[in-house]
Design a binder for this molecule. Structure first.
Ligand code: FES
Length: 121
């Protein structure tokens, strides 16, 4: 990772498919970066409810008995939100807000420079 103007390169365009996210650790700060197709958004990777990793939103979940599978949560590219994979709290990717609870998690500036996706911590 390189650091220019306090922005850290975390990935390259094409690494994170549209409608998906990926988790990163930047100096001990866990962030998730989501691609809505129009923009990349960087947000805390920990849901404030019970600390689920938001980067796993939309992944297939298999319960302990292997009796239930399916996708849990995910990115809504139209609404610009991500639903937590554990209990489906919906987080605004721009503001970090969960409207129903009034809670807010961290968001970070994210930009694309040439083919690099950069995040400012
Ligand atoms: S841990 Fe995210 S909604 Fe419960």
């Amino acid at each position: 990772m390189t650091d220019t103007d306090n922005f850290t390169k975390i990935a390259e365009v094409g690494d994170i498919p549209v409608g998906e996210g990926e988790g990163f650790d930047i100096g001990g700060i866990e962030i998730a970066v989501f691609n809505t197709g129009d923009e990349y958004y960087a947000i805390s990777n920990r849901c404030s409810h019970q600390h689920a990793p938001l980067c796993n939103a939309g992944d297939e979940k298999i319960n302990a008995e292997d009796t239930w599978t399916g996708e849990r949560g995910g990115v809504d590219t139209e609404a610009c939100t991500v639903s937590c994979p554990w209990h489906l709290w919906e987080w605004d990717l721009e503001t970090g807000e969960h409207e129903a609870s009034g809670q807010r998690i961290g968001t970070f500036d994210c930009r694309v420079e040439e083919d690099d996706i950069l995040v400012r911590i």
